[in-house]
Ligand binder design. Structure first.
Ligand code: MLT
Length: 298
């Protein structure tokens, strides 16, 4: 009989795959297996009976990997399971950066009773005029499961797509549209691209990688998108770049107090994987991993 606990809500479609051999406990200390989404586990005491942790998501920066390794606790994640949800939020964010749809919607609500709406609409059309994505250069930093989907959708939107990943796998390279230009250095992305989107894991090497030094190499008025992790971007440097206009817009899936109130920031509360489909996919994959490991040891 295995005991498991969920540190965050995990979709039933996954939990239903657990057989009668599993019972749920709310007591972390007695669990053999843990299912977790974004809850931070770094300060938690890991008990001797804990065998496996499954992160229902891609990033494992909320898991104490070293402590788990020392105690022989195996850690799984669910790469790719929520990639489509993140890709679709990326598309939404990029379109919102190019077109002031939110401003337009607010304007329409405010003007519901405006008797001169037809006349005033001419002003609004100028005020909310945007730009098109077709033909713009976009650089995708990190070509993992999400980066590949992002690069391919940008290509289908007829953008000129550049990608960089020092650890690009053969499978991911083969999944890329042949129009995506793979470059060898971040600098090639920085100097060429109108839009730059980052899809790398948060590691010692990547923390703060979008900083002043990187911004200085970018085109004036670049648009930056970050659906990956907040601290990949240096807050102070981003604030300065937004103030100077070096970065025209920052689209981030993190409600970062240092910048989120700025007019040229579009921030959301980490919604990338918050779709019914992504939550189901992650739950199913995470539960399968736990079951395979507990029952077959792999
Ligand atoms: C991930 O790393 O995949 C995301 O953080 C998913 C989530 O929101 O749980």
């Amino acid at each position: 009989m295995f005991k498991y606990t969920c540190l965050n809500p995990i979709a039933d479609v996954g939990l239903n795959n657990l057989t009668d051999e599993y019972t749920k406990t709310d007591d972390f200390a007695e669990a053999d297996a843990v299912l977790v989404r974004s809850a931070a586990m770094h300060d938690m005491e890991l008990s001797d009976n804990l065998c496996a942790v499954a992160r229902a998501g891609a990033g494992v920066n909320n898991i104490p990997l070293d402590k788990c390794a020392d105690k022989g606790i195996v850690v799984f994640n669910t790469p790719g399971a929520n990639a489509n949800g993140v890709k679709e939020l990326f598309v939404t964010g990029m379109l919102l950066a190019a077109r002031d749809v939110v401003g337009g919607i607010e304007w329409a609500k405010e003007n519901a009773d405006n008797e001169n709406i037809s006349k005033d609409m001419e002003k609004a059309k100028k005020q909310f005029a945007g730009t098109e994505l077709m033909g713009k250069k976009i650089g995708v930093i990190g070509l993992g499961a999400i980066g590949v989907l992002v690069a391919n959708v940008a290509n289908r939107m007829k953008m000129d797509v550049y990608g960089v990943d020092p650890f690009l796998s053969v499978n991911n390279a083969l999944s890329l549209s042949r129009d995506v230009k793979i470059v060898k250095s971040y600098e090639e992305i920085y100097k060429n691209c109108d839009y730059i989107t980052i899809h790398v894991p948060l590691l010692e090497d990547t923390k703060g990688m979008l900083n002043k030094e990187a911004f200085d190499k970018m085109k004036d008025g670049v648009v930056i998108l970050n659906m990956a992790r907040d601290t990949l971007v240096n807050d102070d440097d981003m604030k300065a770049a937004l103030e100077s206009g070096k970065v025209a817009k920052y689209v981030t899936d993190f409600p970062n107090p240092a910048v989120m109130k700025m007019p040229n920031v579009i921030a959301t509360p980490h919604l990338g994987a918050s779709t019914a489909e992504s939550e189901d996919n992650c739950a199913v994959m995470a539960v399968d991993e736990i079951r395979n490991y507990m029952e077959n040891g792999n």
